[in-house]
Structure formats: structure tokens, C-alpha cells
Design a protein around this ligand. Structure first.
Ligand SMILES: [Zn+2]
Length: 886
């Protein structure tokens, strides 16, 4: 699964019943982990399996009006080991019409069952042994709208099955049905054993109106037209996979087909997006080649399809051979210049080995799915675009984890989570990918990929826990790796490393001190192999040291004073570093060390140095940063320069004008606009930024719009309406900010249209719209509030849309509340004072009006509030509480 992602200019970053502990693993470390956690959590054991689900046969159709699925399930099962008399099946919020056992002649014999809304207990009427196979028949109706399961940060809702524009009332929105199973929501649309440590083959017959296309796991076996004009598509998956990976989607799609080796690859997109499907998904066959060859296990499934759905509840989902993507992934060719989501396409594909072929046996072992999928994006970048681009991905993962670690530190493999969705955090994704990278750098590329090959081949179509991974690496390398897995996967936190070095001229040696500063009560003392490069000129000599103690001291014979000591030369230790080196060493590192992070670290340190003591040397280096081959360093250096140097640098101005027209990266060109607006006014700058309104990139255009509003307002206000049709979020955001500042009544239509349409990310508008409304008349505000309330009552908008609408109302409530209190205070002050100005009646009349508006907006917010999901509701309530509003 891939969580929704938030983007910024500087970083493109990237979300039941309790069981009691009965089973304790033989692994010694696991026992100590359990003992440690006993005091503050309940151990989540791997789900007990009584039956093995061998095959799932579903026959489904839809009642769109009632948002129901009408299904018949035939399940083939056998006991795992012990004799059984009762079969328990997960089935959430269903109407169970009939349950029976199918005999050898294919006849259904009804059996007794009980159902509590979550589990069907089927009384088998006999003792079933492990030599027996039973075929269970269930006639049911699934009611996803009646499911009561909390969502989470990564998945906003968990009702398993979703109808989009079910009654077809809204022509702008397509009619679709789609599913989302992870973690335990597949049992909202078919009865199953809804645990990750179950695997079944499947066949699904989906009956729909002939106008729709369907998609599911496996191959389309056949289609048939029915007498009533509907069509039934039969999808068959002959290799077993976990129930949470079952998938179905229905809609009007344009389908693009490719051949890859001997299977088909399809992209299902809405007809309006068909021109850009190749742009977005076109590298998929090359990725299939890469992963099949490098992982040592050919892509194992019958086909590979990707489908775009509306209002998806997560970022993307790795359903076996039928990946669902949220609509955000679709970019046009111009948007693609600013960003792309190739990492996500790679992530979902890698899951087809790590997650689908080998599945974590319990959610406690989720890093076996997500860390690999996240690291898979790194591997693809490295293979396709080189180490530099891959290391940018590593860097953002490391920062994402370190950011999360400031408020949350958990074991990677953890058995005491509250809700399985708690596992879908930056630990399981980002930190895990950096740990795999560190392991690779420790054992070497050849051993790393050989170990993955063993792991995949020995565990294919099975479930795995972390020890299976360790054993595969141990088999290949011949080394006991408990030390590595225990400190990184079974424990929490990370090392915080303080190092210093000095040159001992008497003995011609280098002294290196490394101290582990992390809190050892909560975090382990790490055993750390660290590579050190000692530089003399451009020549580096590599040493590996083991920093296993709290304080470590090393001495190396050298040939004269080193120019730099590059600590963690492979830039692969998941840690925080406290580094004290002279400026000259950082400058040397920037100019001589080979990796992106060598240069990025040097840039950050030099920046600090510049602020303390700028000199010609620091200035020269800043200019080198602005010429760096990497866009991130060019962008950060350009952005930072005006803060550390004299503002009227004519040289900088010329440089930025050059960057604005010539830099290949849109983020760097956009930064040049920001820098130019910080420099003293100059007509030449204004003309250059005017030209940037015609740049190919939306991001650059958006920056130009905002910059011209400051420096060339009259010109900009004449031009800006020509951008109103754009739904690009950067452009929308910039226009909205300007319209809010201007406050002209004519701009109301722009906001109303953007809130009403279905494509804009409304969160980019909410602040500006509230600020805009505060400048309007009482009557306009009241009508705007009613308009928003009306939109939020419509079933066509997503939770995120509704949350943005509620946030506008919230801002208005807070604004009116404070206006009301100010006026009341003002009136009271005037009453209390001896110098009455006689405008009390006017003020009281104004207060009355403000009170009326407040009441109306507060009422609208209440109505919209009820329609929000749990987390948005809580967010609004928290903000009301903070403002002291009832
Ligand atoms: Zn994932």
C-alpha cells in the first residue's frame, strides 16, 4: 500500500477484538521482546489457523441504488491439522441468506449457522479431519455502508467496497465500483478467513451492465452476455494469495495493452486521460524486466494491470496483478515536468514479490512487505537513472523516519500495536528501506541480491516472518546476523553519533573518536561497522571501523595531515550525526567525495558556517553549489544565498536571470523567481518574470504569478484571469492567494467554481477562500456559506473535499466569534465610559447583524461537521475548543 503524499517545493516525500497471548515463539529475541512489552501492551500473536482456505469461488453482482453486493460464495477448505466441527468465517455487516455444504454431486445441503454481524459460525454437523475437504456455500448480501470499522491515516475508511456516483446523478463524475482489502476489509465484500497468513486461489464472476469494464486478480477467463443484457466476466487466479489482496473494479475505462514476455500488461484509465497513460505508466514493462532479473525470481503472476479509481481511500494498493492507483497519479505532460510518481508505480510492482508472493504472516511483520516495496523504488531509480537520483530517494526516506522518530520510536517488528493500521508508518516504510540499504552496503551487492533470491525462492507462495529473511542472508553470507537483525528490526530508535578527529603530527597518525550519544535506556548500544575515507588530495583510503562501544577511539597511520575524513563514507548508517569539522574539510568533501549525500551534507554545513563567518572562500563555494549537477543543491543554494550575502549583489541578479531561462529543473527556475523578488527592484527582473508566465512548467508559472503580484500588480491583474481554467494545484493556489488579497467581489465566482468541481485539490484553496470571504458583505458571506454547506451535503464529494469545505466554515466561525466579542467589548467600554460618542445605536445594530451571521455560519458548520469522517471531525472540534467556541 502506498499512503497519500504531501508535496512541497523543497521536499517531495512521500498510511476488533483483542487477542490474548497464547503462543510464544522459540526465537529467543522474540521472547525478550514479549517480556519487555508485557507491561504496556497486549501481545498480538500470529492469527491462529484452524482451516486452510484452498479456493474461493465468488459470483457477484451489484445493487447500485442500495450500494450492495449480491453474492454467492463457494469456499473449499480443509483443516490445518486438528479435527474440526465448526468453521468460523469473517463476514462483516452482511445479510446471510443461506449457508450449506456442497456434496459430491454438487447439491447444497443446508447447515446450521450463527452470525453476529462479524463472524459466521458454520456448524459442520460432523467431525472434519485433515484428510477431508469441505465445500461451503454462502448466499449473501454485502452492505459496505453498514460496516463499522475505523479508518486510519493511511486508509481513511475501511468498508471494503466503494460505490462512486452510484445512482449516476452526477454527469461529471464517472460511476465506479472498487475494493480495498488491506488490512482486514475484504471480509466486507465476501466471507473469508480475513488474515494475512491465509492464501487461496480464486475465481470471481462479476456481472455488470454491458457498458462497464471489469477488472480483478488473475486472467480474464471468459465473458458472456446474459439474456437480460448484462455481461458476466469471469476472472481466474490460479496461484494462491492472501484475502486482503483480492480486488475488483468496475467502470468506464480506456484500456491500453502491452505484451511483456508471455503475459499482458494493461493500464485502465478514464477515457479523458488516455493520452497520458503511456507517459505515467509506460515504464512498467521495463520495471518488470528489471525486477524479474535482479530479484532472481521471474514475475510470478498471470498478468500485470494498473487501474485508476476515483476517490481512492489510500495512495495505491498492490492487489495481486491488479493494482489500484488514486487519481492523483495521473499527470498531463506539463505537470510531469514538475513531478512524477514513478516511485509509486515501482513500489506497487515490487510488492508483487514482497507482499503478494511472500506475505508477512502477521501485521507485526509488515516491514517484510513495506520496507522492501519502499526500497524497491530506490533500486529502480539506481538501475534506471543512477546512484545520484537513487540517493535522493534514500535521503528523503531517512529524513522522513528521523522526523517521525522525534515523537514516535517503535520496534520495527512490533507485537503490541493497538490497530494493524498503526503499523503503516514511516518506520515500516522509510526506516525499513534505509535498514535494507545498510544491510546491502555491509554484505555487498552480490551477497545482497543472492540472499533475496534464496529468500524469494524458498518462501514463494508462503507467509514469512523476519527470521526467514535473516536465515536467507545467513545462508548466503555464512555469517550469524542476529546482531544486525536484533538491533535494527527487533529494537527501537537509532544511533546518534558524535565524532571528532585530529592529526597527531608526532606519530603521523589520525585519531578518530566516535561516541554513541543515544539514550541507552530506551535504545540499544549499536554494533556499527562504519566506513571511513581518509583523503589526501583527491586520493581516498577506505578504512572500516567497528564502533561497538559508547566511546570508541581509533588510530590510523597516515602519510601527512589528511585534507578530510569522510565519516560513513557509503552514507548508509541509519543515524543522526553530530559532526565537527573545519570549513576547509567540508569544502574538500564537497569537491572530492563521490556521493550526493557527501555534497548535500557539505552544503548544509557550509551554510551554517556562512551565517557565522562569511568569507570569500564561503562565497566561492556557494557559487559552486549554485552550479551543482543536482537540482536539489542548486535550488537550496539559490534560495539560501540572499540570506547570507549582501542583498544588492548584481552578480547574483544576473545569475538568477540566467537560471530562470536556462536551468532544466522547474524547481530551480521557480526558486530563481523567488530570489529575484528578494533583490532590489529592477525593471529587467520584472520583464524576465513576465516571460516566465509562458514557461512550460506550472510551478514556474505559479511562482511568476505571485511574484508579479508584488512587483507588477497592474499587469498581473490584467493577465491572471487567463489562468483561471487551470486545475493545476500550484496555479490554483497562487490565483486564490491573490484573489483573497484583492477581495474584489467579482472573484467570488472563481472560488465557487473551484469548490464545486471535482478535480481540484480543495485543501489548496481553503485558507484563501476564508480570507477572501472576510472581505465581503454580510449578504455575500451568507450566500457563500450556504453554497458550501450545500456542496458538503452532496454525496459526490470526497472526505477530503468536505474537510476543506468545513475548514473554510471553521475559519469564518472563528472570525465572526472574535468580531462579535470585539464589538461587545467596544459597546461595553463605551457604556462604562463618561464620554459617550452617541454611536451606540449604530454599534448595537452592527452587533445584531454580526450575531445573526455568526449563528448562521455556526449552524452550517454543525451540519457539515456531521458529514465528516472521524479524524476530520476531531480536527474541527479541537480547533473550536482551542478558540473557546461551544
Ligand atoms: Zn506498500
Amino acid at each position: 500500500m502506498n499512503k497519500s503524499i504531501v508535496f512541497s517545493l523543497l521536499t517531495a516525500l512521500s498510511f476488533s477484538a483483542c487477542k490474548t497471548a497464547k503462543h510464544v515463539s522459540n526465537e529467543t529475541k522474540e521472547i525478550s521482546v514479549i517480556a519487555d512489552k508485557a507491561s504496556h501492551g497486549v501481545y498480538k500473536e500470529t492469527e491462529k489457523r484452524e482451516f486452510d482456505l484452498l479456493h474461493t469461488d465468488l459470483d457477484v453482482s451489484f445493487n447500485w441504488t442500495e450500494k450492495q453486493l449480491l453474492g454467492v460464495a463457494k469456499l473449499k477448505l480443509t483443516p490445518v491439522f486438528y479435527d474440526q466441527t465448526v468453521l468460523n468465517l469473517d463476514a462483516k455487516a452482511m445479510d446471510i441468506k443461506a449457508v450449506g455444504l456442497i456434496d459430491s454431486l454438487g447439491e447444497v445441503k443446508p447447515v446450521e449457522f450463527t452470525y453476529d454481524g462479524l463472524v459466521i459460525s458454520v456448524k459442520l454437523g460432523k467431525v472434519v479431519t485433515r484428510k477431508d475437504t469441505i465445500n461451503v456455500f454462502i448466499d449473501y448480501v454485502a452492505n459496505p455502508e453498514k460496516v463499522e470499522q475505523p479508518g486510519s491515516e493511511a486508509i481513511h475508511m475501511a468498508k471494503g467496497l466503494y460505490f462512486i456516483n452510484a445512482d449516476g446523478d452526477h454527469p461529471e463524475k464517472p460511476q465506479q465500483v472498487w475494493t480495498q482489502g488491506e488490512t482486514e476489509a475484504s471480509s466486507c465484500w465476501f466471507p473469508t478467513i480475513d488474515i494475512p497468513n491465509e492464501k487461496t486461489t480464486q475465481e470471481i464472476r462479476i456481472t455488470v451492465q454491458d457498458k462497464f469494464k471489469t477488472l480483478s486478480n488473475g486472467e480474464l477467463a471468459y465473458s458472456m452476455l446474459n439474456a437480460d443484457g448484462t455481461r458476466s466476466d469471469v476472472w481466474r487466479q490460479e496461484k494462491p494469495h492472501a484475502p486482503y489482496l483480492f480486488m475488483m473494479s468496475v467502470g468506464d475505462y480506456h484500456v491500453i495493452e502491452h505484451d511483456w514476455r508471455d503475459i499482458k500488461v494493461h493500464y485502465f484509465v478514464e477515457p479523458k486521460d488516455s493520452n497520458y497513460a503511456e507517459l505515467v505508466f509506460g515504464r512498467t514493462p521495463e520495471m518488470l524486466d528489471y525486477y524479474s532479473d535482479y530479484l532472481g525470481f521471474e514475475y510470478p503472476w498471470a498478468k500485470y494491470d494498473q487501474v485508476l479509481v476515483r476517490d481512492f481511500v489510500s495512495g495505491a494498493m498492490e492487489n495481486t496483478s491488479a493494482v489500484i492507483h488514486g487519481e492523483f497519479i495521473m499527470l498531463d505532460s506539463l505537470e510531469y515536468l514538475d513531478q512524477n510518481f514513478e516511485d509509486i508505480i515501482a513500489h506497487e510492482l515490487v510488492h508483487h514479490w514482497f507482499g503478494d508472493l511472500l506475505t508477512c504472516e502477521s501485521w507485526a511483520n509488515l516491514p517484510l512487505n513495506e520496507s522492501f516495496a519502499t526500497y524497491g523504488s530506490y533500486l529502480w531509480r539506481e538501475h534506471k537513472y543512477g546512484r545520484e537520483y537513487a540517493d535522493m530517494n534514500y535521503h528523503s526516506n531517512l529524513r522522513s523516519y528521523l522526523w517521525e522518530s522525534a515523537y514516535k520510536q517503535e520496534d520495527m517488528i512490533r507485537f503490541t500495536y493497538e490497530n494493524p493500521m498503526d503499523m503503516f508508518d514511516s518506520h515500516s516504510y522509510a526506516k525499513g528501506s534505509t535498514i535494507l540499504h545498510m544491510l546491502r552496503k555491509y554484505i555487498g551487492d552480490e551477497a545482497f541480491f543472492a540472499s533475496l533470491k534464496v529468500y524469494l525462492n524458498e518462501n514463494a507462495y508462503q507467509t514469512v516472518e523476519i527470521h526467514d529473511l535473516r536465515q536467507a542472508f545467513e545462508k548466503v553470507t555464512g555469517e550469524d546476523l542476529n546482531w544486525f537483525f536484533n538491533q535494527w528490526f527487533m529494537d527501537k530508535g537509532h544511533p546518534s553519533l558524535f565524532y571528532t578527529y585530529s592529526y597527531d603530527a608526532v606519530n603521523d597518525s589520525l585519531i578518530l573518536n566516535i561516541e554513541q550519544l543515544q539514550n541507552l535506556e530506551k535504545t540499544p548500544l549499536y554494533k556499527l561497522p562504519i566506513d571511513i575515507d581518509i583523503y589526501h588530495g583527491s586520493r581516498a583510503e577506505r578504512k572500516r571501523v567497528w564502533a561497538n562501544e559508547k566511546k570508541n577511539r581509533f588510530a590510523f597511520a597516515v602519510d601527512g595531515r589528511p585534507d578530510n575524513v569522510n565519516f560513513d563514507a557509503t552514507k548508509s548508517i541509519t543515524c543522526e550525526k553530530i559532526e565537527e569539522k573545519p570549513f576547509e574539510a567540508w569544502a574538500h568533501q564537497y569537491r572530492n567525495a563521490p556521493l550526493y549525500l557527501d555534497r548535500y551534507d557539505a552544503f548544509e554545513k557550509v551554510l551554517v558556517h556562512c551565517k557565522d563567518s562569511a568569507s570569500k572562500a564561503t562565497n566561492d563555494l556557494m557559487w559552486e553549489f549554485m552550479e551543482d549537477k543536482n537540482k536539489n543543491i542548486r535550488m537550496m543554494a539559490s534560495y539560501s544565498y540572499p540570506f547570507i550575502q549582501e542583498k544588492d549583489s548584481a552578480e547574483l541578479r544576473l545569475k538568477m536571470l540566467d537560471v530562470l531561462t536556462k536551468d532544466p529543473a522547474s524547481s530551480v527556475r521557480a526558486t530563481a523567481i523567488m530570489v529575484l523578488t528578494k533583490l532590489p527592484e529592477n525593471q529587467e527582473n520584472v520583464f524576465a518574470i513576465r516571460k516566465a508566465l509562458k514557461d512550460s512548467s506550472y510551478m514556474v508559472k505559479a511562482y511568476a504569478i505571485e511574484a508579479l503580484y508584488v512587483t507588477d500588480k497592474e499587469f498581473l491583474l490584467k493577465k491572471v484571469s487567463s489562468f483561471e481554467n487551470s486545475d493545476n494545484s500550484s496555479i490554483v493556489n497562487s490565483i486564490a492567494k491573490i484573489y483573497a488579497k484583492e477581495g474584489d467581489q467579482a472573484y467570488q465566482a472563481y472560488f465557487q467554481e473551484k469548490f464545486a468541481n471535482f478535480t481540484t485539490k480543495k485543501m489548496y484553496l481553503q485558507k484563501s477562500y476564508a480570507a477572501y470571504l472576510q472581505k465581503q458583505s454580510e449578504d455575500s458571506i451568507r450566500s457563500a456559506v450556504k453554497h458550501l454547506e450545500g456542496l458538503a451535503s452532496s454525496p459526490f464529494y470526497t472526505d477530503k473535499d468536505k474537510s476543506a469545505m468545513a475548514n473554510v466554515l471553521l475559519e469564518m466561525v472563528v472570525h465572526y466569534y472574535s468580531r462579535m466579542n470585539d464589538l461587545k467589548k467596544d459597546i461595553q467600554d463605551e457604556k462604562d465610559s463618561n464620554t459617550r460618542k452617541n454611536d451606540l445605536p449604530a454599534k448595537e445594530a452592527r452587533l445584531k447583524k454580526v450575531e445573526e451571521s455568526y449563528k448562521l455560519i455556526r449552524e452550517s458548520l454543525k451540519n457539515v461537521h456531521e458529514k465528516l469522517n472521524e479524524s476530520s471531525m476531531k480536527n474541527i472540534q479541537d480547533q473550536l475548543n482551542r478558540a473557546g467556541i461551544e
